[in-house]
Design a protein around this ligand. Sequence first.
Ligand code: PEP
Length: 247
Amino acid sequence: MSKYCIANWKMYMNRNKIDSYFNDFLEKDFDKNCKLIICPSPMHIDYVYEKIRTNKSIFLGSQNISEHENGAFTGECSLEMLLESNCMYSIIGHSERRELFNENDFNVNSKLQILNNSPVNPIICIGETSDENESGITKAVLKNQLIKIFDNIDFKDTKEYIIAYEPIWAIGTGKSADTETIYSIHKFLKNIINEINTNNCNICLLYGGSVNDNNAAEILSINEVDGFLIGSASLNADKFYNIYNKF
Ligand code: PEP
């Protein structure tokens, strides 16, 4: 089972910041049994590729992908464009896309269909709101998301399927879910995944939500956690590397 340490830079970086980020970063050892993936904005994917192209341990991902192949979709980024830019991974269904751009599980399913027929691997985000969490319906919400997202997906053993459980109330708040919660939810999700016909494909389950270099080791000690999707702490090269180093 692969492990993943994934950076979601959101819309925070610029070329100067990216230059500084990679000043020391590329000199470090990347010998952990863990894939390190950086997801810059679409404007910076080629720029980051030029930095990392000789490093075989760092991979590129996008923060989103269009559910359409091509056409009049202003502002969107297609699979073909991602492939041309050497992106091997794509985040889909991030809660910010859902909350701010009205994406739903139906759209995420369409994006997954596109990725499933391509060499680009999906990083599928699911998670409950704080209201859903407080109402005690987290597991029902997550199960429903997974069933809709995986509807009619013909799983392929050539692909890497990555799910990131990201409680929305933990994203960018500095308040990570506690280890008992992460354990219980991940165990539940792994059981659901086992019930779905995934053609025996490996599906990795990451945690995301205020992971930092202080809480990473404890969360990683949970067997059911196959890695992290990281926002804020991935913007700082040293902090992100410290987290990678815990694998
Ligand atoms: C995210 O945006 O996917 C995320 C997990 O952010 P943060 O690490 O800042 O909570």
